[in-house]
Design a protein around this ligand. Structure first.
Ligand code: URA
Ligand code: SF4
Length: 187
């Protein structure tokens, strides 16, 4: 466990803990407000993210940015990270050994950011953070409180590109997050 960002990021740049290290061009550490009240967790870098070293900069990310803009939230106000920091080949789902090796980094990021709300983007984030007993279809849109953090599972933004109904639900879930955030701020 690292208690500062520099050391944590340095340890990831040189990480060879799992086989995903062999295919990466860049690690995707995470990005945003390091003191954010809202943190978003995705799955892992895609081709664009691997190229730029930044999370959610491809098509799915642009869609997510639009949703935030529409709700009056600046992307820079939140913190965004992924379950794995290196791109899985062909955008496959991270395997359980890869996620397991990488999760310590994400946990460390959560400890440093201290978010009040965590948005879990899709099944990989949900299962790796809250447990395999959770399913995204039945869990999405419902708050789950654990160890003082409020979790909101929702669709992965990439799923929205294929299904218009999911777009509506995603929007609804994010709106719920923004409303909860405003409620917490007022306390
Ligand atoms: N999909 C993810 O899960 N994370 C990213 O950073 C980009 C796409
Ligand atoms: Fe290390 Fe995570 Fe990259 Fe695997 S995915 S090599 S654990 S940083």
């Amino acid at each position: 466990m690292y208690n500062n960002w520099e050391e944590l990021e340095k340890s990831i740049i040189n990480c060879k803990k799992c086989k995903l290290c062999t295919g990466r061009n860049n690690i995707v550490f995470g990005e945003g407000n390091k003191e954010a009240d809202i943190m978003l967790i995705g799955e892992g870098p895609g081709a664009d993210e691997d190229k730029q070293g930044l999370p959610f900069v491809g098509k799915a990310g642009q869609l997510m940015n639009k949703a935030f803009q529409g709700l009056g939230i600046d992307r820079n106000k939140v913190y965004i990270a992924n379950v794995v920091k290196c791109r899985p080949p062909g955008n496959r789902v991270p395997e359980s050994d890869e996620a397991k090796e990488c999760l310590d980094y994400l946990r460390n990021q959560v400890i440093l950011v201290k978010p009040k709300i965590i948005v879990l983007l899709g099944s990989t984030a949900l299962k790796n953070i809250l447990g395999n007993e959770y399913g995204i279809t039945s869990s999405r849109g419902k708050w789950i409180e654990k160890n003082g953090i409020l979790y909101m599972p929702t669709w992965h933004p990439a799923a929205l590109l294929r299904d218009e109904n999911k777009k509506i639900e995603f929007w609804k879930d994010l709106k719920e997050v923004v409303e909860k955030y405003k409620e917490i701020e007022k306390r």
